[in-house]
Design a protein around this ligand. Structure first.
Ligand SMILES: NC(=O)c1ccc[n+]([C@@H]2O[C@H](COP(=O)([O-])OP(=O)(O)OC[C@H]3O[C@@H](n4cnc5c(N)ncnc54)[C@H](OP(=O)(O)O)[C@@H]3O)[C@@H](O)[C@H]2O)c1
Length: 267
């Protein structure tokens, strides 16, 4: 779908990839609905976007997507708006063993990464189908391509997002709707800080696999305009993920056994 003149809702617009998506859409969209918990950040972003495009309409919705009632309220409000582009971007991780995870943080990941995304998609899709025009960009992750020890719940929620996105894409073929899963590898945002329970993620400063937030957002919007099912930004990540996705699970299990043994010797 061509994004010029679109009316978009972006969850998780207060930081990182969501904020950059809003910036890249500012000169092209008619309406942007910015959703997150930190209202001050959203207000700052609104001022910035209006400086770029004075004709842009910007709505702010302060919503905690880990709260079912707030999510349902947002979904109900959005269902009556003329939204033709849904960006399911809000998300969070939690790095460390599942056995020691805070149960509240476990629920929060499932609620924000999977349940809220599902509720918003369900709320907006019928109008898109009726209008024969719409697009849904769900920010998944390369972590969704394989089970990941120490990011078990996060990777599982992202496997859900990628699978859900593909299925909704198949259901809506020929109806004028584009559905895309964006699957970045590591990106420098606040994500690692939020997920960094055991101070391990912060150690990874930069790597060949890291892609800039600008490139990730650009790849997502371009995939929507080219009607792609899936986008993995960055050449290195594309190559690595093509290999990873072709590997039998037995090979991954052997690699985890080996890295587990190394962890034990390192103690
Ligand atoms: N950074 C990476 O390495 C990476 C890699 C692959 C995929 N991703 C995915 O990219 C997406 C964006 O992440 P990011 O890297 O941009 O991280 P980020 O900088 O931490 O931004 C996360 C965004 O999600 C919002 N959010 C988190 N919990 C929320 C809640 N309970 N209710 C409403 N909004 C909530 C945050 O807003 P408030 O805190 O203001 O609510 C913030 O705007 C996520 O889905 C993430 O899984 C990130």
């Amino acid at each position: 779908m061509k994004l010029d003149g679109c009316s978009a809702v972006i969850t998780g617009a207060s930081a990182g990839i969501g904020r950059e998506l809003a910036r890249q859409l500012a000169g092209r969209a008619k309406l942007l609905v910015l959703v997150a918990r930190r209202r001050d950040r959203l207000e700052q972003l609104r001022s910035e976007l209006l400086r770029v495009n004075r004709a842009l309409q910007v709505e702010i919705r302060e919503v905690d997507l880990s709260n079912l009632e707030q999510t349902v309220q947002l979904a109900g409000w959005l269902a009556n708006e003329r939204i033709d582009f849904l960006v399911n971007n809000a998300g969070l991780g939690d790095h460390g063993s599942f056995a020691t995870a805070d149960p509240i943080r476990v629920n929060e990941q499932i609620q924000v990464n999977a349940l809220a995304l599902t509720a918003l998609t369900r709320a907006l899709l019928p109008r898109m189908i009726a209008q024969k025009r719409g697009a849904i960009l769900s920010v998944s992750s390369s972590a969704g391509f394989l089970p990941l020890p120490d990011l078990a719940v996060y990777a599982a929620t992202k496997a859900y997002v990628t699978s859900f996105s593909e299925a909704i894409r198949a259901e809506t073929r020929g109806l004028g709707i584009t559905v895309t899963a964006l699957c970045p590898g590591p990106v420098h945002t606040e994500f690692a800080e939020v997920a960094d329970r055991d101070q391990q993620m912060r150690k990874v400063r930069t790597s060949l696999a890291h892609v800039s937030v600008e490139e990730v957002a650009g790849a997502g919007l371009s995939a929507i305009e080219r009607d792609k099912a899936l986008a993995v930004p960055g050449t290195a990540m594309k190559i690595v993920m093509t290999i990873v996705r072709a590997l039998p699970l037995a090979v991954l299990r052997a690699a985890w056994r080996f890295s587990g043994t190394r962890k034990m010797y390192a103690k």
